[in-house]
Design a protein around this ligand. Structure first.
Ligand code: ADP
Length: 204
């Protein structure tokens, strides 16, 4: 029907937009021309909005999304666009590389001066000898599920580049056949209001 058609068009349109955003980020990072503009960010709300963007794909594969942001995580002073690119790429990968029935969990916690955002899946995992290569652009692990899933091989390199540009880091821990956790650590600078007091996160 024309409905199916327009939703397919919508999907390939946003896929292209994402690819273009990723390529622009890769170029900006390479040129040292990435501009970061910190603003107050509600991590929990951003996780929810990435889940919403990937909901249709997740439902098709019967994947379950869960998220948990610790109560002590404040409103954070972060570049919103960069955080969104990171979350979209990491949760998008988790969706791509997890077979039907799996679970994708995003957790946000404080660890001293850092906020730790961990994206875990129960998917196919990544072989240990491949993990070291994955921070580099265009690397794709050559296995059948990876090949069945169109991708640029830019996502993880960009997430790492963006995290580092924000003063943070990215780490991958994975077990073949069991799943993957990608952990991003970012400076947890609390957003402050005009009165100089930390802004409080709205209740969910
Ligand atoms: P893309 O997803 O566009 O191929 P990425 O840089 O995001 O590029 O990922 C590179 C490769 O790393 C993927 O092709 C895949 O082989 C592997 N990979 C990334 N995330 C996961 C994951 N959550 N589970 C299993 N493999 C993954």
């Amino acid at each position: 029907s024309s409905d199916v058609c327009s939703s397919d068009l919508h999907r390939s349109g946003s896929y292209l937009m994402d690819l273009i955003e990723d390529m622009l980020d890769a170029v900006r990072l390479e040129a040292g021309a990435l501009k970061l503009t910190p603003e107050p960010v509600d991590l929990e709300a951003e996780i929810r909005s990435v889940f919403a963007a990937l909901r249709a794909e997740a439902e098709r594969k019967r994947l379950v999304f869960t998220s948990e942001v610790a109560a002590d995580v404040p409103l954070l002073e972060l570049d919103l666009r960069a955080l969104r690119r990171i979350l979209l790429n990491l949760v998008g990968n988790a969706v791509k590389f997890t077979d039907a029935g799996g679970t994708i969990a995003v957790r946000g916690t404080l660890d001293g001066p850092r906020v730790v955002v961990a994206v875990s899946d129960t998917g196919i995992g990544i072989a240990p000898e491949k993990i070291g290569l994955l921070g580099q652009p265009f690397v794709q692990v050559d296995d059948s599920l990876a090949r069945r899933n169109a991708g640029s091989g830019l996502g993880l390199a960009i997430c790492k580049g963006l995290a580092e540009a924000m003063g943070g880091s990215l780490e991958i821990v994975s077990r073949v056949g069991q799943g993957t956790t990608v952990t991003v650590r970012l400076p947890a600078t609390p957003a402050v209001g005009a009165a100089g007091r930390p802004l409080v996160r709205p209740a969910a």
